[in-house]
Design a protein around this ligand. Structure first.
Ligand code: NDP
Length: 287
């Protein structure tokens, strides 16, 4: 068997077109991004989000603050953006420099503008099955699963990784759709025993090719979140060995799978946030 490729690039483009149509309909959607310091990867991520937001017709505000910015100054900036009516969505790029308390910053973001879905209020809503703003990566994965009509009800889903931004919200979204969910992590014993049971396997670990073909059940749907830079080739490699394509029925490639969906869904969250903030527009939400 050779898996059908789940094309995140094409679907990401489709979502971005939907977002652009929603922005045109709403008239204005504002997204502000805040970056502190000069981490090169963070600069790339922010520039991609800024470009995508502009292409979708949003008012994209790009705040880049020096690495010595104090926690108080950052909190003051967030408070200003929270109060600014032209800003519908607000994200602070992580990681922050060591001298800044990340949790304090996350909790300072207005939950209604939290397009990364990481404020405890939004995480709690997801836990309770009443999500409003959900982190872009797991949200994008759900969209991919739906687009390819992967059955979830009653399916065995295994999520490898339990981070707050990917693994945990992923598990909750799958649970909400009535999958039977197992979460694996670095202390899981006999990982293969779990992964081999998975109808839907999500790998969000950050270890190149940790999941080999013989850890994948024949006919499974495999979602590879990993983005691991190979030091020699400089290529981005996934957490799943590409030879798993021979076992899986559906699989995401790396690159071109989950990555492009994440950015698209952050934009979609900005539209959701804009709709939530405008009661008159909530009646017919498309996003
Ligand atoms: P984290 O480092 O926050 O979490 C990694 C998780 O993997 C942890 O829960 C850890 O367990 C678990 N883990 C580590 N080693 C093993 C192992 N040997 N067996 C089983 N579980 C293990 O990473 P993120 O969730 O932020 O990201 C995961 C990957 O996804 C990275 O490669 C990242 O670059 C990528 N990513 C890609 C995105 C995209 O848009 N494509 C978006 C976000 C992330 P424990 O909790 O016990 O430490």
């Amino acid at each position: 068997m050779t898996a059908t490729i789940i094309d995140g690039k094409a679907l990401g483009t489709k979502v971005r077109e939907e977002v652009a149509a929603s922005v045109a309909e709403l008239g204005h959607v504002g997204l502000a991004t805040v970056l502190v310091g000069d981490d090169p990867a963070s600069h790339i991520y922010i520039d991609l989000k800024q470009k995508a937001a502009q292409q979708a017709g949003m008012e994209a505000r790009d705040l880049k603050l020096p690495s010595h910015t104090s926690e108080e100054a950052l909190l003051a900036t967030i408070a200003e953006l929270n109060a600014d009516d032209a800003v519908d969505g607000l994200l602070v790029q992580l990681p922050l420099p060591d001298h800044i308390d990340e949790n304090r910053v996350i909790e300072a973001i207005a939950p209604a503008k939290d397009v990364d879905g990481i404020h405890p209020i939004n995480a709690g809503r997801l836990y309770l099955g009443r999500p409003s703003l959900v982190p872009g990566t797991p949200l994008g994965i759900m969209r991919m699963l739906d687009e390819y009509e992967i059955p979830l009800e009653g399916a065995r889903a295994v999520v490898v990784g339990r981070s707050a931004i990917v693994g945990k919200p992923m598990a909750h979204l799958l649970l909400q759709r009535n999958a039977t969910v197992t979460i694996c992590h670095s202390r899981t014993q006999d990982l293969e025993r779990h992964t081999l049971d998975a109808d839907v396997l999500v790998a969000a670990v950050g270890r190149t090719h940790l999941i080999s073909a013989d850890m994948v059940k024949a006919g499974a749907t495999v979602i590879d979140v990993g983005m691991n830079r190979d030091e020699d080739s400089r290529k981005v490699l996934g957490d799943v060995d590409p030879s798993a394509m021979d076992e899986a029925a559906y699989m995401t490639p790396v690159p071109g799978g989950v990555g492009p969906m994440t950015i698209a869904m952050v934009l979609q969250n900005a539209v959701t946030a804009a709709r939530l903030r405008r009661p008159e527009a909530v009646a017919s939400p498309k996003n």
